[in-house]
Ligand binder design. Sequence first.
Ligand SMILES: Nc1nc2c(c(=O)[nH]1)N[C@H]1C(S)=C(S)[C@@H](COP(=O)(O)OP(=O)(O)OC[C@H]3O[C@@H](n4cnc5c(N)ncnc54)[C@H](O)[C@@H]3O)O[C@H]1N2
Ligand code: MOO
Length: 390
Amino acid sequence: MISVSDALDTLLDLVSPMAAETVPLRAAAGRVLAEPVSAKRDQPPFAASAMDGYALKSAEVEKDAMFKVIGESAAGHGFTGRVGAGQAVRIFTGAPIPEGADFVVIQEDISRSGNLITIANHPGTSTNIRPKGGDFQIGTTIDAPRVLGSADIALLAAMNIAQVPVRKQPTVALISTGDELVLPGDTPGPDQIIASNTFGLDALLTAAGARVRILPIARDTESDLRTAFELAQDADLIVTIGGASVGDHDLVAGVTETLGMSRAFYKVAMRPGKPLMAGTLGQSAMVGLPGNPVSAMVCGHIFILPMLRAMLGLATDTPALLTAPLAHPVSENGPRQHYMRGRFDGQSVHVFDDQDSARLTLLAEANVLVVRPPKDGARATGERVNYLPI
Ligand SMILES: Nc1nc2c(c(=O)[nH]1)N[C@H]1C(S)=C(S)[C@@H](COP(=O)(O)OP(=O)(O)OC[C@H]3O[C@@H](n4cnc5c(N)ncnc54)[C@H](O)[C@@H]3O)O[C@H]1N2
Ligand code: MOO
């Protein structure tokens, strides 16, 4: 059995960053920017009014001063003339500041009669002008890699970048194995259960940027499993679920061997997740997850998500674990690194009594995995433990 950190290093070596592709702006949301992009224009492209009011000369601003309104500057339609002494231009938010003006008095501070305005209240010191290029300028760069969120998409749009270079999405083929499994919505026989891991992993990996293909459930025969692997062969990453252990119907190791998999490791000193296997099969990286639902999901968090990050060209440094005091004592840990479901309530962390790796209800209730190193001693209430938010 290898350690979790050795397993992770090995898994990261099995994958490499995907090539870049160019996609239309709207399709770039949630994708990873593959190379830095630079603004093609200044924003705003001209000094612009931040308020609705009157543009005039700051030197003339004082209470009771009067001005003649000589024109209008609206967003999209600037005033082409020049503001002289004693003159003002009616202006609206987003409109270009006319030449000669360097101050906008908001309309609430003005009284108007025909073409004459008077500053009725002291307008304060803010000019109410956004300078040209005040948000960004030609050449302002968005650095890569970066997962593009909604604010980034708005910024790219403002920069007039309509085509965005992003990493291709890794394709992940999910193969569930087992005679006992049927799909959600189907009618299970008396000895059957619903395939759940497949859908949990699909949600986890899709949210992390993968393009997931769920293959038909492979029954517990070598030929069925072989067919599933054939269907999966063009995937960047093949993930099997179940059939990884030592039972008579656990066929993944045997079948992948006959298909020529170069195996990187089998079994990791962790709990849950011990019977994890990995290697390369043809052009694809392959990970065989244990079938127990919690084991499969925990391995998804600990191993598959970092692999996806590597494929997307994102940093793969192990995120620093958070720490919190225990709400109650916990007993000594065994020889495997234990990922224990628990709940952090903002003050302390409660580790659930029952850590059965078949219990999805407890995974859904958990918001943390408390990480206990191998042979970690018994811990008292208030002692700080490491945890990973999930
Ligand atoms: N004698 C031993 N028995 C077991 C060992 C061991 O070391 N010696 N390891 C145990 C551990 S730890 C795990 S984890 C499981 C892993 O077993 P497999 O990967 O072979 O998984 P299966 O036997 O196929 O299934 C286990 C369990 O999970 C259910 N399952 C499988 N796939 C799905 C799915 N897609 N959705 C929902 N549930 C699924 C399956 O019905 C079984 O109940 O082995 C232990 N045994
Ligand atoms: O280690 Mo297995 O993955 O608990 O249930």
